[in-house]
Each structure stands twice: as C-alpha cells, then as structure tokens.
Design a protein around this ligand. Sequence first.
Ligand code: SF4
Length: 561
Amino acid sequence: MNENPQYTLNVRDVEREELEVDVLLVGAGPANLACALRLQQLFAERGLDDKVILVLDKAEEVGHHTLSGAVMNPRGIAELFPDWKERGFPIEREVTYDAMAFLRKNGKHNRFDGMLTPPQLRNHGNYIVSLNKVVRWMGEQVEAAGIELYAGFAAAEVLYDGERVVGVQTRDSGIAKDGSKKATFEPGMNVKAGVTVFGEGTRGSLAKGLIRRLHLDEGRNPQTYGTGVKEIWEIPAERAKQLYGSVFHCGGYPLGSDGYGGGWIYGISENHINLGYVVGLDHADAKLDPHALFVKFKQHPFVADLIAGGKVVRYGAKTLPEGGYFAMPRLQGDGFCLVGDTAGFLNTATLKGIHLAIKSGLLAAEAIADAVAAGDTSSAKLARYTELFEASWAREELWGVRNWRQAFDGGMLAGMLDAAVQRVTGGRGLVKHRAGHADHTTTRHVSESRFEFPTYNDTTAMDKLTDVYWSGAIHEEDQPSHLIVKDPSICVERCTREYGNPCQHFCPAAVYEWPSEAAEPGVLVNASNCVHCKTCDIADPYENIEWVVPEGGGGPKYVDM
Ligand code: SF4
C-alpha cells in the first residue's frame, strides 16, 4: 500500500495512526479552500452531510506559505460567494490606475497608460489583494463551515493501491539530521481518502511524482516556470497615498530582450507598496539570478525614486507555472484531482491565477461530489472535472492565450510580434501549437554568461541573506535536509566546469553556497533559509536537486504578502 517514492525522509519501522476521510485536500491555497467550501455546499444539498472533508497544510498557520503579486480578477471568488464583499473578503483596494513602464538602461523610462496600456495588462475592475490575507480569510470560512483543517501537517508521500491514489502519509517529526529518532519523534499519519485533491501550489512535490508515475503530462508541453521575488515597502505617506490603488507593470531594464519577465509595483495602502520582479527560468544564462534582477530593478531611477526614504518590511519568493493550456497535465486519475498552480491554472499574459485557481477548485468539487455520491471515484468518473473545465470560462480564457509564453522563446521582440497576431487570431498567433521545453534544458555553458550583478547596500539593495530575514523563514535545524542533492559528485566534477554551479545564483534565499575556503570543494546547503519557492527543483540543469517537504510548520512565515 505505502510504496516509497524515490526520495522519502520518513522512517519505515513504525506503527502509524490511520485516519479515513471521504475527501482529502493537500494544501490550503485558494484552489483547495474553494474546493472544500463548494464540496461542503454540494454534500449538504445532496443530504450527504456525513461525508468528511479534511484539508492539510504544511505551514504552521494557513497563509504562511502563500504569496502572490497580487491583482485579482474577482470572477472566481464571486462564483464561490456572490456576496464576497459583504462577507468581508480582504481587499487592499480596487485598481484605480494602471500603466506599463518601459525602463531603459540609461535610467529613463517611457510610460504607457490609458488607451496605450497593453490590453493584457489593463486592470480596471480588478482588485489589489494580499493573497496571504485572502487565504487566511478563506481558511476561516472553511473552519466556520465545519470542515476539518489541519495546519502544520506536511504531506510527505502519496499512498497508492496499485495505480490508484488512496491518500497521503504525513511527514514524521523528531528525526535528527543523522536519521535517528529524537525524544520528540512522532510518526506521520496515514490519511486515507476516497478522493485526494492535490493543490500544493507550483511544482507540488507529491504532484511531481504523481505526474511522472502516471504519465499525466504525456502529449503535453513540458511545464515552464518563472520565479518571482517580492518585497513590501513602507514609504513616505504622501507618496504612498498617491500610489494607493495604482498598478504598474514594467518591461525593459534590467532583463533586456533576451529573457521573459518584468517588474511590478502595486500601491497597497496609505503607507505601503508592494514591488517585485519575475523572470522565466528558461533563460539561458547560467548565472541568472532572479534576486539580483530584482535589486537592479529597484536601482532603476523609476523605482528608486518611489522607494526613497522607505524601508523594506517583508520579503518572499515563489515560482509560477507559465506554460499555459498546452502544458497542463491530465487533471484527474483514479482517486485524485489536480487543481490550481499544481495543474498550471495561470493566465501568463495577464499575470493572473487566483480566479482560475478558485474556478479549478469549484469545478473539481462538482465532479468529486458526483463521484462520492455514486460511490465511484475512478478516473472515468472524475473525468467530469476535465469535461467541466473544457466547457468553462476558465478554459476559454486559457485557450485565448494558449501560445502566449512559448511565443517568447525566441526573445522579447519576436514574442511581442506574435502576441499582436495572437490578439487577432483568438490566441493562435503565427503557429498553431507551439512546442515547449523544460527549463532545466535551456542553460548554456557558464563561459557564455553575460549576467552582471548589482552593487548591494543595506538600505535599498539588500543581499539575499538580509531579505531572507524579512521572509520569516525558519526550520527545525536538527532534521534531515529537505533539499536533496541526489549526486553530489555531479556538482563538483561536472557542474562547476559546465555551468558554474548555478544553484548559488538562482536560489533567491542564499540556500546554496560554495565556500571557497573549504578543504574539499562541495555545496553547502543552508536548508533553514529555504522559502519553498521550488526554483532549485525546476532549474538545476542536471535535475540533481529534489525538493521534499520538511517537518510540518517549517518554512517562510508570510504575513500580509
Ligand atoms: Fe527556493 Fe530551492 Fe532556494 Fe528553497 S532552496 S528557496 S526551494 S531555490
């Protein structure tokens, strides 16, 4: 029953408590919380009030591991709760102004607003939110509805019966670095369920194994990702008030035209702005450093003038699934569904995924309620989720940008040309179905690197370690590393020479270090700093790093992000 995945940190020789539920949701993000709430409504409508729904989350508190830009299209939440505003849904502000700024290397910029704002970046009718607050609020609705929600429980392994998913095993706690049991040892539970819903966020560690094992991505483009780095700044009130409700998206410097990405600035309160930078992980430069790009973005006069006299109060990083419709895996199988970022529900053109994540949860709930009511949770029965998706506005939206991200593979200018054609061809563009590539395959030899690092300081251009402090990241130190370097000899014998050990650059939390004074060359893994962004699991050119869950409760502590 409990077939080990390739990498597990749980011990084998213990009795485990077993818990049986009808529907288990792994991860407390917007998709799974929406799914749980709709399921509860549907079970009540069908007189199935005895069905048990359980949500597990690896964060110490719901929301601590949830981070986004975020400007939200309200369509998803309005479907779940038509009276979402009256219920107290947390909004920072409705968008009052939006613009695109093209930053130039010489410190100047061009601003495009009003009719000149690119259509995909127009945000009137959308809302600036803190996803972390949104998820906390949704978690409260879940608990108020009587649904079980356990925070601090990290799902470590998928439980299978043959090829059928029958639940998960949570991570053991109290195991020392050397693998021995400490006095505090507590074995993880086996949680069995008729249906397990994986809403673990981007590059879910269990979903990754499941997708590979059951070939859920067969015939699809490989998923491609971006890494976003974000800070919240407290700035002088006069300037913050002017920006409150404004949304700026920025292109040009520092990325230039040979990669995909850009920056953002959102006015979130009368004292605070949130700003960040996202870059596609298919960038060929072996020294690509998303955090360094963010620092350079902050040093451009357009941004530097906005944050002058302010101070950083929060930091975070996450990856986004950018591949679009053609990169989405099969959404269900025997005993399980995939939702939200885990399944690639993101509109990369508009940089929006919260409404799609919520919609995926709602659609999955419809299919699961039918399946549970019929006593048949097979893949064939749960395939109704895919049918509902294919008939929904979510599919229509994603179909309209199906070739968006891949069109930028040839660089920014080629992408913009194709994007213009996509607008008049319903998302087709110049090519009917653009093929994709896995990000780890695109890195070029380190000798070809042109990446220029910024000059850091203590006030506006902080280094990674200073920023990690503002993420609140903390893990139990005496536990096996949740970042598994599968074959350390590759790092030393090949990677140094071929790619210059890019892990030290692409990780936005200074987890990977190459101490020059060490007697033996090798990577030092500061796992405690990890903010769970999954960049290393995606971008390592040899796929030599495996991210697995640490003990429940470990990780960043995002608040108001
Ligand atoms: Fe992200 Fe990996 Fe660094 Fe953790 S170790 S912060 S998952 S890149």
